[in-house]
Design a protein around this ligand. Sequence first.
Ligand SMILES: Cc1cc2nc3c(=O)[nH]c(=O)nc-3n(C[C@H](O)[C@H](O)[C@H](O)COP(=O)(O)OP(=O)(O)OC[C@H]3O[C@@H](n4cnc5c(N)ncnc54)[C@H](O)[C@@H]3O)c2cc1C
Length: 392
Amino acid sequence: MQFTHEHREIQKTLKRYIDEQINPYVDEWEAAEMFPAHEVFKGLGRLGLLGLTKPEAYGGMGLDYSYSVAMAETLGHIHCGGIPMAIGVQTDMCTPALARHGSDELRAQFLAPAIAGDMVGCIGVSEPGAGSDVSAIRTYARKDGDDYVITGQKMWITNSLQADWMCMLANTSDGPAHRNKSLIMVPLRENGKPVKGFEVGQKIRKIGMNSSDTGLLFFDEVRVPQRYRIGEEGAGFLYQMQQFQEERLWAAASCIESLNLCIQWTIDYAQGREIFGATIADQQWVQFKLAELKTEVESLRALTYLACEHYVAGQDVTEWATMAKLKAGRLNRLVPDTCLQFWGGMGYTWDNRVSRMFRDGRLASIGGGADEVMLGILSKIMGIAQRPDHRA
Ligand SMILES: Cc1cc2nc3c(=O)[nH]c(=O)nc-3n(C[C@H](O)[C@H](O)[C@H](O)COP(=O)(O)OP(=O)(O)OC[C@H]3O[C@@H](n4cnc5c(N)ncnc54)[C@H](O)[C@@H]3O)c2cc1C
């Protein structure tokens, strides 16, 4: 996969916005444990960056997925992981199923304003009792006349302290766990006020991704019209698994540039810091370690581009996207940890860029499917483990 002039122009536009409108405020937003999502998304929306791969009819640019990869990479220039993640939720996690399977009415009501940056979205899959095992969610959408009445809890939801709507996975019948779920568009706030029955139970404090807000949410008989369901009833689990493909490709692409920056900052520091009559970078051990890390990151790039190429060609990329997500999780631990060591005590200070990456990057092995979940999927594809359907 080669980036064209158009990819580079989009990257340049985004980089300028990051340098002028995001990076100067990152420290402030990290300390506040919140960033102004509506303000930042509006700026990105004006530049057309929130709908690169979305249909033109709803304000998108109708481009192929390689443009999403190009954008995700450039988000790595943001001086923290939380804001890229929040943007990725909007572009590649809570909107793909809506764009692909949503009715025209739903897309006009929810997708178009998300692309314009007028509405903030979130994706509601995980619950207190169900994270890795998505099939175990308990939130239930009961039919009542033309409505669904939704009761349950969602946990760990990124953007949820500010979001206008949630793309929610809920049980809509009592049938088998993989066929009883639907994706439903649930308005969370109107004019900034929570809708009836919706409540933020807790803003969750975390070891990293601090500028990104994460909530535990309660739904008590929240009423939405049944026409707010995305696509077919009972197809929600399948739609979510498809949606995870983009989430996982995005997760891989978004850390390539940030990991390379982490290595570069460390080279710069190591070249300036003297120990035992030479610089840290003069130590062959340090040189070899950094060269090894760079090789790992470029391998991740190759894997991600390959996955993207297959995806753009319309193929099922479960295997490639899963491998890329797994590798991204591993490298988000290995690279900042190895680099931090070479900063000595400075690496152990709170405001150090590498230490922030060490804390933020830890999430990559947990969120969007833990490393072990990725390994489970790969084991099934490789025929080592049985698929659930094949069990007696
Ligand atoms: C900061 C943050 C943001 C998030 N944002 C969102 C969001 O916006 N929307 C959303 O829906 N969810 C979100 N999540 C939830 C995230 O996807 C889940 O945390 C993740 O899927 C893991 O689920 P869990 O935390 O319930 O861990 P569990 O499911 O309890 O798993 C715990 C651990 O068990 C191990 N494990 C799991 N499966 C296996 C296996 N098959 N074999 C061996 N070991 C295994 C893994 O090490 C795993 O980390 C977010 C989480 C965090 C921390």
